[in-house]
Design a protein around this ligand. Structure first.
Ligand code: ZN
Length: 327
């Protein structure tokens, strides 16, 4: 019973329109779902991922409009590491991000940058052999696109206990650097690496990670619930998150973990072609659709222009704000 690496990562945004622009237009991810926070339906829960919305490339954001910038500290993930195919892809992203005014920094063969709210990302050349999870984007050749998560870097209040939980309870393999723990199953793998925590206390707000979910299956979920409960770790018990089934618990270093199933997946709402095109509500909120929709920040379909622009290949792209219907 192994975990298949990272299922999804959930972070916080204070500016949903800018968030959609950065992750879909600049980074080229697909908006795979636009729904609401089940625990607070007055705000969005936005999902970005690969073309088929598979576990392993799923970055999600809770929206808290106007939230002040946060800061990663002990007990928090501080950087998201993505795979790309080649050194040429690293060069492509350095240029593309630079052209969009995003500062980048090279470190060996990797490229670091942050989103508009300070959430840190790093691109590394993939050596995993896992299936690339790629979204289709008119300006980004598939060979250069982001390919899904490689891992996350985090700060722990108690690194030794964080390591013990990963190795003894979750089946992680410690790598040679002693600080990186890989969770690899039959389908794919991913890791969490611990860095020395800064002295300044963390603040969970815009531009910080809320939790990280590791991938499992419906077949294994009850066994995981039993295992976590038997270890005496307080946990959520089984939670139905509409797109997947989940178990939440906080690891001893302070990071909130979730185990999330592959099933049923994002096509539970309809065909893959329609992912992200309309506001999705879980069945228990559907009766309140009009009231909920009226309170949300209007957001466009990031791919709406592809249909309209399809007849004019090679035409100059409209300015980003206009394409997003913000201008
Ligand atoms: Zn989650």
């Amino acid at each position: 019973m192994n975990l298949d690496g990272i299922h999804h990562i959930t972070a916080i945004t204070g500016d949903a329109p800018r968030n959609v622009d950065f992750y879909t237009r600049v980074l080229g991810l697909r908006m795979t779902a636009k729904t609401v926070n089940q625990d607070d339906p007055s705000v969005y829960h936005l999902f970005y991922g690969d073309e088929n919305a598979q576990p392993g490339a799923d970055l999600t954001f809770f929206e808290y409009p106007g939230a002040v910038p946060g800061r990663a500290g002990a007990g928090m993930v501080h950087r998201i590491v993505w795979r790309v195919a080649s050194p040429e892809a690293i060069d492509f992203w350095a240029t593309r991000l630079g052209d969009d005014g995003v500062a980048t920094e090279r470190d060996g063969g990797s490229l670091r940058f942050a989103d508009p709210e300070g959430l840190a990302h790093e691109l590394v050349v993939d050596a995993s052999g896992d299936e690339p999870l790629i979204a289709d984007h008119p300006e980004i050749p598939a060979a250069l696109a982001l390919q899904g998560f490689e891992g996350v870097r985090a700060y722990s209040f108690r690194p030794d206990d964080s390591a013990l939980l990963l190795e003894r309870l979750m089946g992680a393999q410690r790598r040679d650097d002693e600080a990186t723990f890989e969770l690899r199953g039959e389908r794919r793998g991913g890791w969490i690496a611990w860095d020395p925590a800064p002295a300044a206390r963390g603040r969970q707000s815009a531009g910080t990670v809320h939790h990280i979910a590791w991938a499992t299956t419906d077949a294994d979920m009850q066994s995981w619930i039993d295992r976590v409960t038997s270890a005496g770790i307080p946990n959520s018990g089984y939670v139905d998150r509409h797109y997947f089934h989940s178990l939440y618990f906080r690891e001893p270093g302070g990071v909130l973990y979730e185990l999330a199933t592959r099933e049923p997946g994002f096509t539970v709402d309809g065909p893959v072609e329609e992912l992200g095109t309309k506001l999705i509500l879980p069945p228990f909120l559907e009766p309140r659709r009009a009231e909920i929709a009226a309170r949300l920040t209007p957001l466009p379909d990031p791919r709406a222009d592809r249909v309209r622009g399809a007849a004019a290949p090679g035409s100059a792209p409209a300015p980003a704000r206009a394409r997003l219907g913000l201008g």
